[in-house]
Write a protein that binds this ligand. Structure first.
Ligand SMILES: [Zn+2]
Length: 411
């Protein structure tokens, strides 16, 4: 691999409260070798001039669904695993070009196979291009719960869905199966959701015994657990059961946020997909543009005040926030970096939002080689045409992308 020297107008390291000023970054064999002012050009090195950009660590999206699109949700069962794999390949390419060099998929939507695992293999073999991929297999759910999509069919259809589990015995089996087929994480639905037809976001869909069994089975096999949840009871029970990350957590109370902070649990708020809908609940234009169902709009309206209140308390808390978009449930025509603007609109500081997608996300994923710019780290590096600490929307204009020392985008 060639030696590369980036000359950056200014850098932000993924941790500091502000950009650090002009620096050069020397990259060798896919890793950062040195960061300093005015590094002499090594013989044979390629020089990349980014003097007009802020250079920072590649972004990390901790909550995507590669194998679904909003358009196909209602006709879910008429699409094959191979079609969903193609959706995944397309999604990975889009995500990388928007500056995300690592993603965690938190719900494989191929309920007969293990497509996100295959996507990861294809990425590692260089068959497709995309970010580093961390997978959680399917979202384990009780029958009738958030991820029981057999509800889209008549009860006369006998459809197999590989992530449904009730009771400790079935839960142990499904967790072990997901791990057997490549899951890095285990994900489960602890509550209903907003977009699904059969459940309500404040319903708790597993007992504490079931949650404890799930977390313990995963822990014995060294897998951390992420939980989908909205209502306060589901959040509190899951935190006490020992999950590593709370996904959405849309209606967590102030007391439960304090518990999350005390336990050191990470919070992935996916606010563009959630709180934004509450902010625009009464705007017909917003709902037409989003193409979301009337059912979802009705549920958002019902819980609007609770959603806004939780967002307010979260911004004021010291909870460890990690960045996630729920792309896949949202259309991939939406740039995931819009989540930054939404977080800032809800009172989260630009520095905290940026750390959520870099150093804090790396901490959640237990990957100490990404998320920051420093010697020895992977050369996952992006450039933006401005200062996101002053205007967070420049994160939607990433115009330089390097992953593991290889340039994928350069304006
Ligand atoms: Zn999701």
């Amino acid at each position: 691999m060639p030696v590369t020297l980036i000359r950056a107008g200014t850098i932000w390291d993924g941790v500091s409260d502000a950009p650090l000023g002009p620096r050069d970054i020397l990259i060798k064999d896919g890793f950062i070798k040195e960061i300093a002012e005015n590094i002499p050009v090594p013989e044979g090195a390629e020089v990349i001039n980014l003097h007009d950009r802020m250079v920072m660590p590649g972004l990390i999206d901790c909550h995507v669904h590669l194998t679904i699109r909003p358009e196909i949700s209602p006709t879910f069962w008429s699409h094959s695993g191979s079609y969903k794999a193609l959706l995944g390949a397309q999604a990975l390419r889009i995500i990388l070009m928007n500056g995300f060099t690592t993603v965690r998929d938190v719900g494989d939507m191929d309920f007969h196979g293990y497509t996100t695992r295959d996507l990861k293999i294809a990425l590692n073999q260089g068959i497709i291009q995309g970010p580093r991929l961390v997978t959680s297999g399917h979202m384990i759910s009780c029958r009738g719960g958030h991820m029981d999509v057999t509800v889209l069919l008549s009860p006369y259809c006998d459809t197999r869905e590989n992530c449904l589990a009730d009771g400790p015995d079935e839960i142990r089996t499904v967790v072990r199966n997901e791990i057997k087929w490549g899951a890095d994480w285990i994900k489960y639905a602890a509550s209903g959701g907003f977009a699904t037809p059969s459940d309500d976001p404040v319903e708790v869909t597993y007992t504490r015994e079931e949650m404890d069994t799930l977390v313990a089975t995963a822990a014995a096999l060294h897998r951390p657990v992420a939980a989908h949840l909205h209502g306060d009871d589901a959040v509190r029970m899951s935190v006490l059961a020992g999950v590593r990350s709370v996904e959405h957590g849309a209606m967590a109370s102030k007391e439960t946020l304090a518990l999350i902070e005390e336990k050191g649990v990470y919070f992935v708020p996916t606010q563009y997909a959630g709180v934004r809908s509450a902010r625009f609940a009464d705007s017909d234009a917003y709902w037409d543009e989003m193409g979301a169902s009337q059912l979802m709009r009705m549920k958002i309206r019902k819980y609007k005040d609770a959603l806004l209140e939780t967002a307010h308390h979260l911004a004021k808390s010291n909870v460890k926030i990690a960045f996630g978009t729920d792309l896949g449930v949202l259309s991939f025509t939406i740039n995931g970096a819009t989540e930054f603007g939404e977080m800032v609109a809800n009172g989260i500081s630009p520095a905290r939002a940026l750390r959520a997608a870099t150093s804090m996300a790396a901490e959640l994923l237990m990957k100490d080689d990404i998320g920051t710019l420093a010697p020895g780290k992977c050369a996952d590096i992006i450039g933006v045409p401005g200062n996101p600490f002053e205007d967070i929307t420049v994160m939607e204009k990433v115009n330089f992308v390097m992953k593991a020392g290889i340039v994928y985008k350069q304006a």
